[in-house]
Design a protein around this ligand. Structure first.
Ligand code: 5GP
Length: 215
């Protein structure tokens, strides 16, 4: 008998929203399969090829994009990022819940191909906190930080395209909420999480967008 097909989830958030740390937890869980993307950006200190990303040249990125190797791909702050299509389909068929930690343009492409995808947006509690986290991690130059903050303002416009919004105020709470939310797609016993639906948080989203303008 074939296994129940897994569910597909996209998790996005502004650079500095804390989603990288959150994903580290999910990577360790048997239930979930986390896709490793390809990117043409250079590795940060401590990053290993094949773990955080497959680091490839920009030429190779463009070649793979033209050969439809990616389920989705996008240019983010001058660098290419793409999700290998094979990994996603294989794991869904194997009954795993597949998580893609990708930005918005990619998220919308994934939903075109897999309309059942659940799109989750993670946001820090304020714009000031976003700047603080991005500056504090010391992984980007001042110029790159400014570009990423500018990008956050642009991305803020599309928050309404997502299904759920989760504020990352406390890391542990955020992880637990995400885990329960994703499980709820299979376990009828779990909560419905209506309070996290984007449609029920439009006022908060407007406030976040306004706050981002102060960056
Ligand atoms: P970073 O350079 O900080 O690792 O990632 C920059 C942005 O690219 C983040 O918003 C991250 O979610 C996104 N990203 C990572 N992998 C992919 C991918 O395969 N496709 C798309 N569209 N975005 C990605």
């Amino acid at each position: 008998m074939s296994k129940t097909r897994g569910n597909l989830f996209v998790v996005s958030g502004f650079s500095g929203s804390g989603k990288g740390t959150i994903m580290e937890w999910f990577k360790k869980q048997e239930r979930y399969a986390l896709s490793v993307s390809c990117t043409s950006r250079t590795p940060r200190t401590g990053e290993t090829d094949g773990v955080q990303y497959y680091f490839i040249s920009h030429e190779e990125f463009l070649k793979r994009a033209s050969e439809h190797y990616f389920l989705e791909h996008a240019i983010y702050v001058d660098k290419g990022y793409g999700t290998p299509a094979g990994f996603v389909e294989e794991n869904l068929q194997a009954g795993k819940d597949v998580l893609l930690e990708i930005e918005m343009q990619g998220a919308l492409q994934v939903r075109e191909k897999y309309p059942d995808t659940t799109l989750i947006f993670i946001t820090p509690p304020s714009a000031a906190e976003l700047r603080r986290r991005l500056t504090g991690r010391n992984t980007e130059t001042a110029e790159q930080i400014e570009k990423r903050l500018k990008r956050a303002v642009e991305e803020g416009r599309y928050m309404e395209e997502y299904d759920y919004i989760v504020v990352n105020d406390d890391l542990d709470v955020c992880i637990r909420t995400l885990d329960e939310l994703m499980r709820s797609k299979r376990d009828p016993e779990s909560g419905a999480f209506e309070e996290l639906r984007v449609a029920n948080n439009l006022e908060m989203i407007q406030l976040i967008k306004k706050d981002l303008q102060t960056l």
